[in-house]
Ligand binder design. Structure first.
Ligand code: NAD
Ligand code: 13P
Length: 342
């Protein structure tokens, strides 16, 4: 029996928590080789390379300070070295970096490898949206599953209980990935809906920006619940409009309603959107000032959705999403969040 060799592509806030989870799990199961190589987008921290600091301290001092990384996780700055011989690729980078990263991987990976995307975002053009699993799969010619859920990284680093959802292409892959990710505190549900799982993960970030506006305006919990309800409805409409085959059940897994709630209360998108209202600064400036290198996904997704809706002339069918865009990028007063919706 050949053991699966796991490569983790990404080492931000969530990527680092995942390195802990899969670093421990590959030691538990005979299906896996016991080392995990982790790609770090190299940068200097206090004058030293982040990869060196991670390998020396077994801690990601920049993106997840204070939590140990298992010693069998090896941080590397060179993508080709990370994926060499790997049979399982775990993608956990902000979605805007996926195309370039895949370009760098072309011709470097094992053609029999399989992948799973933990990325929350998608690509768009005038004709519609392309889920990250498809972007990766088409670029590298390998099968790609998805994982998404109500998963605020720091809480999982603390080993507080949470659930997540894996979308699989075939059951065998789904079960292998469940083994790789599940722990006592991180419970994995699996469903054969690769696209549905990840699109929920991308779109809930948009709702969280709306929730952050409501928090910034101090409109209270009823208003926030209304934004969550309407946002959930538009998320469902949007997904069904752009993709056939999405399952209704997916919306009620951790990747669906649960992640909408978690992100609208505890996520970075919510937090920065609240500050957008209270400070009047731009999202780019706030991301820079507040997140120490971590990236917002929701602001890009808001723009990407707007582009697609505009090119199809259907903004009116998505009043909340459109209003969130106009507040964030066209100077519409934040109060419109509750005035422009039916
Ligand atoms: P992060 O936002 O904490 O960190 C940003 C990462 O991007 C860093 O590792 C940085 O080195 C890297 N980076 C910067 N420039 C880059 C470039 N040009 N090319 C490649 N990488 C570059 O990262 P994260 O929280 O691990 O997020 C990764 C994905 O996981 C996102 O799609 C996010 O939505 C999703 N996610 C995050 C959480 C969370 O709570 N943090 C939870 C679930 C899912
Ligand atoms: P934020 O990127 O808004 O922090 O959301 C994290 C997340 O995806 C929780 O499931």
């Amino acid at each position: 029996n050949v053991r699966e060799k796991v490569a983790l592509i990404g080492s931000g806030n969530w990527g680092t928590v995942i390195s802990k989870i899969i670093g421990n799990n590959v030691m538990r199961y005979k299906e896996f080789h016991q080392e995990v190589k982790m790609w770090v987008f190299e940068e200097k921290v206090g004058g030293r390379n982040l990869t060196e600091l991670i390998n020396e301290k077994h801690e990601n001092v920049k993106y997840l300070p204070g939590f140990p990384i298992p010693e069998n996780v090896k941080a590397l700055p060179d993508l080709s070295e990370v994926v060499r011989d790997a049979t399982v690729l775990v993608f956990c980078i902000p979605h805007q970096f996926v195309p370039k990263t895949c370009d760098q991987l072309k011709g470097k990976i094992n053609p029999k490898a399989k992948a799973i995307s933990l990325v929350k975002g998608f690509e768009t053009d005038e004709t519609g949206i392309r889920p990250m699993s498809h972007a990766i799969s088409e670029s590298l010619n390998i099968p790609v599953c998805s994982l998404s859920g109500a998963n605020i990284a720091n809480e999982i680093a603390e080993e507080h209980f949470s659930e997540t959802t894996i979308g699989y292409n075939n059951l065998e892959e789904g079960e292998l990935f469940k083994k790789l990710f599940e722990t006592k505190y991180f419970r994995v549900g699996i469903i054969d809906d690769v696209v549905g799982v990840q699109l929920c993960g991308a779109l809930k970030n948009v709702i969280a920006i709306g929730a952050g506006f409501v928090d910034g305006l101090k409109l209270g919990e009823n208003a926030k619940a209304a934004i969550i309800r309407i946002g959930f409805f538009e998320m469902k409409q949007f997904m069904k409009k752009f993709y056939g085959g999405i399952k209704d059940e997916t919306f009620f897994e951790s990747c669906g309603i649960a992640d909408v709630i978690a992100t609208c209360y505890g996520g970075r998108n919510r937090k920065v959107a609240e500050k957008f209202v209270t400070t009047g600064k731009s999202f780019d400036q706030l991301e820079e000032e507040l997140l120490n290198g971590q990236k917002l996904q929701g602001t890009l997704t808001v723009k990407e959705i707007h582009r697609v809706l505009s090119s199809k002339g259907i903004n009116d069918e998505f009043k909340l999403f459109t209003t969130i865009y106009r507040i964030a990028f066209e100077g519409l007063p934040p109060k419109s969040i509750v005035e422009n919706i039916d």
